[in-house]
Design a protein around this ligand. Structure first.
Ligand code: EPU
Length: 349
């Protein structure tokens, strides 16, 4: 039987560490408990929110007037298939422990996603990506429970509708399902992905000698780079008390990019995106709009290691974070005419 608690502070369940209370709070260790939680919200007629790792979440100071359900469904099961080794993981598995396990098994496909906070269930929702890899290229199946009907559902990769930081689960079907299991097809003995500039630079000597780093070395390399950027959660590193990137990298038309490039005396970092569009670096736009690393408004500050992360320097409220967010947005809009979009999930606003 699932235990429902009342008036539980949510701040400590998030890496940003701000926000008010959940009216109700529960932890589900199995699919049955997810159904019990659904029965509870139907009986009480209260809204419902699914909490994963809390690493991509900004909770309002008012908190949430419904049930926050933390998914703690565990288990990692590899199985051999014609397409490679498929790792099936519970939505509550800590993401990096899955990555570590797959790298130790010498299976390629997730190594560049090392050190990302959060849980397995969050990865298909925003199509987690870093250092040239996205979960969209390895996910083969996503399972869940439909909230309205309590029925079991399953989706193939194609049915997930993956794009940059997008899937059906944060678009047309946002709030419709609770994800319970995800399956990733990986390549045993496969080569690591070395596509991202930072990563190629990190292994420049190895590559120059005509060698390839192993999957384990790439994992270590990614962890080092992320730590340098304050993007690995560490109690002792205030720059990591964030929700990761606070803004998405804007994807604009070629004309829009040309307009922006014409206003800049220095080259504008940009990357090719699908459908002939151009992805800009939000961190660069922020810095060029006059906001340096470490810029603070009260206890909310831009990370000292990366302008894309907003951090809680201790004692910040959600209001402080939102004030900084709005300041950053206004600066970038004023300088470049680009409206930044927040990347984390906003709860209770
Ligand atoms: N830059 C700055 N100032 C900074 C940092 C970066 O101007 O303080 C510029 C540089 O020109 C740099 C460019 O921004 O080349 C891009 O920076 P970086 O390589 O650090 O990547 P990012 O675009 O800021 C994205 C993801 C990260 C992911 C990294 C690595 C988004 C919103 N963010 O960041 O994901 O780890 O690439 O692949 O797509 C997250 O989503 O929470 C996240 C951390």
């Amino acid at each position: 039987m699932i235990e429902i608690q009342e008036n539980i502070p949510l701040a400590s369940w998030t890496t940003l560490g701000v926000g008010g209370n959940a009216m109700y709070f529960a932890v589900a260790f199995a699919e049955d408990e997810v159904r019990e939680a659904l029965e509870f919200v139907q009986r009480r007629n209260v809204p419902f929110f699914v909490l994963g790792g809390g690493s991509n979440l900004l909770v309002s100071d008012r908190g949430f007037p419904g049930l926050v359900l933390r998914i703690a469904i565990g288990g990692i099961e590899p199985r051999q298939e014609s397409s490679g080794v498929v790792f099936r993981a519970g939505a509550g598995v800590e993401w990096d422990s899955l990555v570590e396990r797959t790298v130790a098994a010498n299976c390629a496909g997730l190594e560049c996603l090392s050190g990302i906070p959060g849980s397995v269930g969050g990865t298909p929702v925003q199509n987690v990506g870093a250092y040239g890899q996205e979960v969209a290229s390895s996910i083969v199946r996503v399972e869940g429970v439909e909230i309205a009907s309590a029925r079991k559902v399953a989706f193939s990769r194609e049915e997930c509708g993956f794009h940059y930081r997008h899937s059906r689960f944060n678009q047309q079907d946002a709030g419709r399902y609770i994800l319970t299991f995800v399956e990733y097809a990986l390549r045993p003995g496969g080569e690591p992905q070395l596509a991202y500039t930072d990563l190629k630079r990190h292994f420049a000597d190895t590559l120059a000698a005509g060698a390839r780093p192993s999957l384990a070395e790439v994992r270590q390399g990614v962890l080092e780079i992320r730590r340098r950027k304050g993007m690995v959660f560490d109690e002792n590193d205030p720059d990591s008390h964030s929700a990761g990137s606070f803004f998405k990298n804007p994807v604009v038309s070629r004309e829009e990019y040309a307009r922006i490039a014409a206003t800049s005396t220095v080259p504008v970092p940009h990357y090719d995106a699908p459908e002939g569009r151009i992805k800009l670096a939000a961190a660069w736009l922020i810095e060029q709009s006059g906001i340096s690393r470490g810029f603070a408004l009260g206890p909310a500050a831009v990370s000292g290691k990366h302008t894309l992360a907003l951090t809680n320097r201790g004692g910040a409220t959600a209001t402080d974070i939102v004030r900084l967010k709005e300041h950053v947005e206004a600066q970038v809009l004023g300088r470049f005419g680009v409206q930044l979009q927040p990347e984390p999930v906003l709860l209770g606003f």
